[in-house]
Design a protein around this ligand. Structure first.
Ligand code: CP
Length: 321
């Protein structure tokens, strides 16, 4: 695997889920695979789960992880091409990336969408520079449009908790005070489309996700109708993807608290499990009573981030052998 951004990069989903099961059962069984290998994890943005689960996955495989917090520890990096570097950014990605590549065998990058230039974000401009200039396999640790390690962990969790061969999975928009990227819902949609589930997306009008990720997934604008009979409720906020109106890209179009998931919403489901990628704003996205209920699986979902990261790194290490 040269890079990990999309569900298609993992190949056969059933095979990947079987591998995830094996990795979860014996996390230290591949300790020799990463011997004398280094992974550098670059963070342009904050993280708790991605940073720690990626380090843990690397350690499980016998690799040495190095974490770099750009904006905190290193020179500020310029990401735009052809600019006069007379501002606060001291180094360009074109030098920084090959230097980073020369110190490691695999690179992971977290670089969120700026939410001001849709073309720049949706071209995955920063991540693609890492792919082009590093000479190393690159993992998206949430880039401008995708969060594949999260979506793979979500699918592993659904597989573990499902009680029906083809469960109903509902991705629902929920309110948030700030503009958030679309990476998590994009990847979740992409991975659910690749899995054997009955997938429904619900959001207020204007929040349509990019069809490159949603494909033929059913969109139901009536949230309560969408949630009827659901086995899994996946709540997430996202800002306007600018699909129907490009000038609204990155804007907050609604803060309708009626979309927050509470017991009224869960009552119409088939005793659904509640999911969220975390971090979550309580009593904005989800009520205390739902996230604290026995049907909330947000903690095992986060724990599976180690498993998804380890499968991806394992595949990359096997290709380097
Ligand atoms: N879900 C997720 O990616 O969490 P962090 O932002 O804490 O890494």
């Amino acid at each position: 695997m040269k890079s990990f951004l999309h569900a298609s990069d993992i190949g056969d989903i059933r095979k990947a889920l079987e591998e995830a099961k094996a990795v979860k059962a014996s996390p230290n069984a591949w300790k020799d695979l990463g011997k004398d290998k280094t992974i550098i994890l670059i963070f342009f943005n904050n993280s708790l789960r991605t940073r720690l689960s990626s380090q843990k996955a690397a350690l499980n495989l016998g690799m040495d992880p190095i974490v770099l917090n750009v904006n905190g520890d290193s020179w500020k990096l310029e990401t735009q091409m052809g600019v006069v570097m007379d501002g606060d950014k001291s180094e360009h990605l074109k030098e920084a990336i090959p230097v980073i590549g020369s110190y490691c065998d695999i690179i992971g990058v977290r670089s969120f969408a700026g939410l001001s230039d849709r073309e720049f974000d949706y071209a995955e401009t920063i991540l693609n520079q890492f792919i082009e200039y590093s000479g190393r396999p690159v993992i998206s640790l949430e880039s401008a449009t995708v969060h594949p390690c999260q979506a793979f962990a979500d699918l592993i969790t659904i597989e573990e908790y499902k009680t029906k061969a083809r469960p109903k999975v509902v991705l629902t928009w929920a309110p948030h005070p700030r503009a958030l990227p679309q990476a998590v819902p994009n990847s979740f949609a992409e991975w659910m489309n690749a899995a054997d589930v009955d997938f429904v997306i619900t959001h207020p009008e204007g929040y349509e996700l990019d069809p490159r990720f949603t494909g033929n997934a059913r969109v139901e604008y009536d949230q309560m109708k969408a949630l009827e009979g659901a086995d899994f409720v996946y709540a997430k906020n996202w800002s306007c993807p600018g699909v129907t109106k490009p000038s609204d890209y990155g804007k907050v179009l609604s803060q309708d608290m009626g979309w927050m998931i509470d017991s009224r919403h869960m009552a119409v489901t088939d005793d659904a499990c509640f999911m969220h990628c975390l971090p979550v704003r309580r009593n904005m996205i989800v009520s205390d009573e739902v996230i604290d209920s026995p049907r909330s699986i947000v903690i095992p979902e986060a724990a599976n981030r180690v498993v998804s990261a380890q499968v991806v790194m394992k595949r990359m290490l096997e290709d380097l052998q």
